[in-house]
Design a protein around this ligand. Structure first.
Ligand SMILES: Nc1nc2c(c(=O)[nH]1)N[C@H]1C(S)=C(S)[C@@H](COP(=O)(O)O)O[C@H]1N2
Ligand SMILES: [Mo]
Length: 337
């Protein structure tokens, strides 16, 4: 029986494991941490974390669902309900969206409709499972939005700006992550603006090098020797494709589908394969040196689908295997001998 709390296409992280994703640390900052809530409000306000604790403190048990297919169920966050903060600042009638900004190197952002934030009971959190939030997981202060993929839960939260119009966040605009992000509806990606004529030409030429072909449908294609170095291929569909000797060096293949593909002697040097699926792929002689393998799936959880095929010539860094879900890592180590 699949876990009823596990949305479609997700796999469980082992208890006690919480993979860090995205940025690793905030920009250097002076104490105390401050949160500003402003924009379309009558009472713009700045709080320290101690002041936030005085407004309202609550504990909520929340399931984390990352868009790259791992979930961690039942994390107890402690923080202040975002609704309590919004109550304090008195939103103007025109306010419909909240923009969240991080104190980080790229000033990371995300956004959500106010109605969703109230309904989902979003939290501004400073602790998880009884410990202060570690820096890598967004400490000292992060947003936690239950019922949305975790990219909506911004780390190192420093500003909430209320707006009349939506403003797409960092991942939503650069990676094509879906702006609604409901894991139960698998809202992982928005349909990208893929030029169909160009996609057809590139498939015929077997030349994807450097191109933005996110979510391209290449399932069942004969693409032996494909040149795809440096290509943007998030969410691309290569199921059952023939890709013998293809080069995906430095390509972005986050959440790409390679189930059942022939990838003998294919090269994935320094490629980003976060959340990709390689179930039943033929990986004999494939080279994954320097590739990012966070939450990659090689083996189906049930017995139905065929396992990935590996041999002594398949190259995978031992350090990269640590980034797989534990059950995948165990099975991969066994398969590699
Ligand atoms: N500031 C900031 N917040 C962020 C990100 C980021 O890169 N920068 N990544 C998002 C994504 S994609 C995920 S899955 C979660 C990861 O949180 P974790 O590292 O605590 O697991 O943070 C989200 N919030
Ligand atoms: Mo994510």
């Amino acid at each position: 029986m699949p876990d009823p709390n596990l949305p479609p296409g997700q796999q469980l992280a082992a208890p006690g494991r919480w993979p860090p994703i995205g940025e690793r640390a905030p920009r250097p900052w002076k104490k105390p941490w401050r949160l500003l809530v402003d924009g379309a409000v009558w009472q713009p306000t700045v709080w320290s974390i101690d002041e936030l604790k005085e407004i309202d403190t609550c504990r909520r048990t929340i399931d984390i669902h990352c868009v790259t297919r791992w979930s961690k169920l039942g994390v107890e966050f402690e923080g202040v309900p975002l609704s309590s903060l919004l109550h304090e600042v008195r939103p103007a009638a025109m306010a419909r969206y909240a923009n969240f900004a991080a104190h980080s190197m790229r000033d990371h952002t995300t956004s959500l409709p106010l109605a969703d934030l109230h309904r989902l009971d979003a939290l501004v959190a400073w602790a998880a499972d009884g410990e202060p939030l570690s820096e890598i997981h967004g400490g000292p202060l992060r947003l936690v939005v239950p019922g949305r993929y975790f990219y909506k839960s911004l780390k190192w939260l420093t500003r909430v700006e209320l707006m009349a119009e939506d403003d797409l966040g960092y991942w939503e605009s650069t990676a094509g992550y879906h702006n609604h992000a409901d894991p139960w509806r698998e809202e992982r990606y928005m349909a990208p603006a893929l030029d169909r004529a160009e996609a057809r030409r590139r498939l015929a030429d077997r030349d994807f090098a450097g191109a933005d072909l996110r979510s391209i449908d290449a399932a069942d294609y004969g693409l032996d020797g494909l040149r795809a170095a440096g290509a943007l291929l998030r969410d691309a569909d290569f199921r059952r494709a023939r890709l013998r000797g293809a080069s995906f060096d430095r390509a972005n293949l986050s959440n790409a589908h390679f189930d059942g593909a022939d990838l003998r002697e294919a090269s994935f040097v320094e490629a980003d394969l976060e959340g990709a699926s390689l179930v039943g792929a033929d990986l004999r002689g494939a080279n994954f040196t320097g590739a990012l393998l966070t939450a990659v799936t090689f083996f189906a959880s049930s017995g139905e689908a065929q396992d990935a095929q590996l041999d002594a010539a398949t190259r995978i860094d031992p350090a990269a295997i640590e980034h797989l879900m534990p059950d995948q890592a165990d099975r991969l180590r066994r398969a590699l001998g």
